[in-house]
Write a protein that binds this ligand. Structure first.
Ligand SMILES: Cc1ncc(COP(=O)(O)O)c(C=O)c1O
Length: 453
């Protein structure tokens, strides 16, 4: 009988996260203090994040122990299953084997709890009482709400307005897990009030919501801020995905030729891919692909430069591909991919051609997402559709080249709370958004004011 799933025993769960900073061919450019233009110290950020997370942010230790309390929570759904997508393979009729890591099995429905639980734990250990954050599609906000509840912390979430309106059920998940959730831009912060005064119909953006969350947290000494992607410590926590995948693939005697993830801020992509990036740095021949929306193309089109992570310039200057911190992406349904920047780690790997970006249009991604649901059964999140689009691309190439390929990708979340977007697609109401070149020129002008990389 053919094998569809590969499980690991609970005792086989990785006990350490992998830190790519130990193996990067060139050390990362540091984040900068916008006031002084100098590299940031952990002290500069101690009002925002607990010290343990700041240490991880800057660490170059290769392996970092996962605390026992975090592992206990991970075991609620981890190790996550590795699947072989036989039915989708049959549909594609190409010489490829397709494996995917199903991160949709977590209680919140995506990969986000991998870092939410770790971040809630370190905040709890530091004596923090409340965490403030932003969310796009609500995947991150719901994951953090659950994690905060697990560790007895209060949680406040600023949810990008377009998603708040499109996805009311994620707000209800947050509230069920005991968090407060506000539509962003909101009237609670100066940033929100300023944006609303300029444009009462603003669809919001992650950049605006991050500013609101930081502003809200700075007014409460017992609160700290938490980010669901982009930062190095988030990429670190997510590597549990790739470390498990490596063990699972080894069990069935496979090694991928291509590894794929969708990329918003970069965390699920990094989570699956960084352990494979390590192999590539050490000589393995492997393609590593980040799939992003054509309407918000950072890796594929944006300048690589220092920029802020948020609209109100409250974050440090980060070295990354960026469409400009004031960029407001089109209201596509993959809300988790609507971010102007990209993880500095992922950006650097792309800059050095260790990984590559590919951009896909909304309609194409829904087309393959629906095909996936009709063959494999599981309904993917709109963000995950982008990774599936890259899988289809790779399968097509393999067929053209007549080459057999093993493809592994991150199925970052299910779409059961995103069915309104499926409704829009199925009833022909979805459109593509093409980013005009003038937006890239605008981004270059915005980042032109900051120190050069
Ligand atoms: C299911 C899913 N996939 C992908 C993403 C993109 O985020 P990241 O690039 O940090 O993985 C999100 C963000 O909310 C998400 O919910």
């Amino acid at each position: 009988m053919r094998q569809t799933k590969v499980f690991l025993d609970e005792s086989e769960i990785p006990k350490q996260w992998y830190n790519i900073q130990a193996d990067l061919p060139t050390p990362m450019s540091p984040p900068l203090n916008p006031g002084t233009g100098k590299p940031l110290s952990a002290d500069d950020m101690s009002a925002i994040f607990p010290m343990a997370l700041l240490e991880q942010e800057m660490s170059t230790e290769r392996w970092i122990d996962i605390p026992e309390e975090v592992l206990e929570k991970y075991l609620l759904w981890r190790p996550s299953p590795l699947y072989r997508a036989y039915n989708f393979e049959k549909l594609l009729d190409a010489p490829v084997k397709i494996y995917y890591k199903n991160e949709g099995v977590s209680p919140a429905g995506s990969h986000k709890p991998n870092t939410a639980i770790a971040q809630a734990y370190y905040n709890k250990m530091a004596g923090v009482k409340r965490i403030s954050t932003e969310t796009g599609a609500g995947q991150w906000g719901s994951a953090l709400s659950m994690a905060c509840q697990m560790f007895g912390l209060e949680c406040r979430v600023f949810m990008v307005r377009v998603s708040y309106d499109q996805k009311p059920y994620r707000r209800l998940m947050m509230q069920t897990w005991g968090a407060e959730c506000f539509s962003s831009p909101s009237n609670l912060t100066e940033t929100g009030r300023r944006v609303l005064a300029e444009n009462p119909d603003s669809p919001g953006s992650l950049g605006i919501a991050i500013s609101e969350a930081i502003e809200d947290m700075l007014g409460d000494e017992n609160a700290r801020y938490s980010l669901g992607s982009v930062l190095n410590h988030v990429m670190l926590h997510q590597t549990i995905i790739g470390l498990e995948a490596q063990k699972q693939m080894e069990k069935i005697g496979e090694y991928p030729d291509v590894v794929i993830g969708c990329a918003g801020g970069g965390s699920n992509f990094a989570g699956l891919c960084l352990p494979y990036v390590r192999d590539k740095i050490h000589g393995k021949d492997i393609s590593i692909i980040a799939a992003e929306p054509a309407s918000c193309p950072t890796i594929t089109r944006a300048p690589y430069a220092y920029d802020f992570g948020d609209l109100s310039q409250k974050t440090p200057l980060l070295p990354m591909y960026t469409l400009g911190h004031d960029f407001v992406p089109a209201p596509i349904h993959a809300g988790g991919l609507r971010y102007h920047g990209m993880s500095p780690i992922v950006s650097q790997l792309a800059k050095e051609n260790i990984i590559e970006g590919r951009a896909y249009h909304q309609l194409e991604t829904f087309d393959v997402g629906v095909k996936w649901a009709r063959t494999e059964g599981f309904i993917p999140a709109p963000e995950t559709h982008h990774a599936i689009a890259a899988v289809v691309d790779e399968a097509r190439r393999a067929k053209e080249e007549g080459k057999e390929k093993v493809i592994l990708f991150n199925w970052s979340g299910h779409g059961l709370i995103d069915l309104a977007s499926y409704d829009a697609y199925l009833s022909g109401k979805l459109t593509d958004y093409v980013l005009p070149e003038s937006e890239i020129d605008r981004a270059k002008k915005t980042v032109g004011q900051y120190p050069k990389l």
